[in-house]
Design a protein around this ligand. Structure first.
Ligand code: SF4
Length: 336
């Protein structure tokens, strides 16, 4: 059996980031937070480890800023603090997140020497117009170059993309997903844009210069992207921002913020598959759909929304959803 995995997060507030992306509020947040140092790393590992069972494999993750854009000596201080824990096996590896234009050979050699295994790259879009409108400060060719270099050095590569950015469209997001797939990442994270207070995007939105990417927009598009990544055998390891008290308490002023966004998208995938099945087969008006183990709620949808939609669209009387043995490569089948 695979050991359970746990991430020990160390937040690097805006450290190393020369930018001010329109959607990001980290510059404001970071002014209120103490910068991370060696003690932050040591304390984070020790307090997490004391609360974890022995059979859990813990990985240290530097999130928030752009790790490889921090001055080299500060990167080394953070990594050196983790080294004793890596040597004793208290942590199994380290992951860092960073920007595509902050990756070069020398820094990759350093990360490898300090036991970093995974690099998460914030691509956000592969459309240069969208990147410019979002003030990302890098182009799509930076992502291509960085992704290839990361793979060449043997790291596990996670690519992050956003949907609903300024100037973005559904088709541009689909093209972004296809370009990310062509870079063969080991996983992707998809973050639909959330309008956070105290950001340039919030101001654009208030002035009517940005049309918000609603939860419904994100779910619709997300289901398309999910299918693309799934067909390419690339796991979507996160869909949507992690819910937090701050975001739920009002910092998320608009856009695609929902505490269970990933669940909504997975459920929409099931709805779309059931639609395809019902459109292509003759069936009764009382039907039974079969899904894999543990997937009944994904098929029925929140408050049975998928069932209601299918009944209405296909003029059905009733739909039952049952667990069944589903053939490999399928998610939904009609049992009756
Ligand atoms: S690069 Fe990352 S940390 Fe820097 S402003 Fe953009 S989103 Fe924020």
């Amino acid at each position: 059996m695979k050991p359970k995995r746990y991430i020990i997060p160390v937040f690097i507030p805006h450290l190393g980031c020369p930018n001010d992306c329109v959607f990001c509020n980290q510059r404001k947040i970071s002014g209120k937070l103490k910068p991370a140092d060696g003690d932050t790393v040591k304390n984070a590992i020790e307090s997490s480890k004391s609360a974890l069972p022995d059979d859990v494999s813990a990985e240290l993750a530097f999130y928030g800023g752009s790790f490889t854009a921090i001055p080299a000596e500060e990167q080394i201080a953070l990594l050196e603090a983790a080294l004793p824990f890596l040597r004793t096996g208290a942590i199994s590896g380290i992951r860092v997140s960073t920007r595509p234009d902050a990756i070069e050979e020398q820094c990759l050699v350093r990360l490898r020497n300090y036991g970093v295994k995974t690099i998460e790259l914030g691509a956000q879009s592969m459309d240069d117009g969208v990147l410019r409108a979002s003030r990302r400060g890098h182009g799509s060719e930076d992502t291509e170059r960085a992704a290839k270099l990361i793979k060449k050095h043997g790291f596990s590569l996670i690519l992050q993309m956003m949907t609903g950015l300024p100037g973005d469209t559904e088709e541009k997001s689909v093209l972004t997903a296809k370009k990310l797939i062509s870079l063969s990442p080991d996983g992707v994270r998809v973050y639909p844009t959330v309008i956070i207070r105290d950001t340039a995007l919030y101001e654009l939105w208030k002035r009517g210069e940005y049309r918000e990417h609603s939860v419904e927009d994100a779910v619709n598009l997300g289901a398309r992207l999910f299918k693309l990544f799934e067909e390419a055998d690339i796991p979507v390891i996160r869909f949507g921002l992690n819910p937090s008290d701050e975001l739920s308490g009002g910092d998320a002023a608009g856009g695609a913020y929902h505490p269970a966004l990933g669940e909504l998208v997975r459920s929409r995938v099931y709805l779309n598959l059931a639609r395809e099945l019902l459109s292509s087969t003759t069936h009764d008006r009382d039907i039974i759909l079969g899904v894999g183990r543990g997937c009944v709620s994904l098929m029925t949808g929140q408050r049975r929304s998928n069932v209601s939609a299918l009944i209405k669209e296909f003029g059905l009387n009733t739909i039952k959803v049952l667990e069944t043995d589903i053939p490999a490569g399928k998610k939904v089948t009609i049992l009756h």
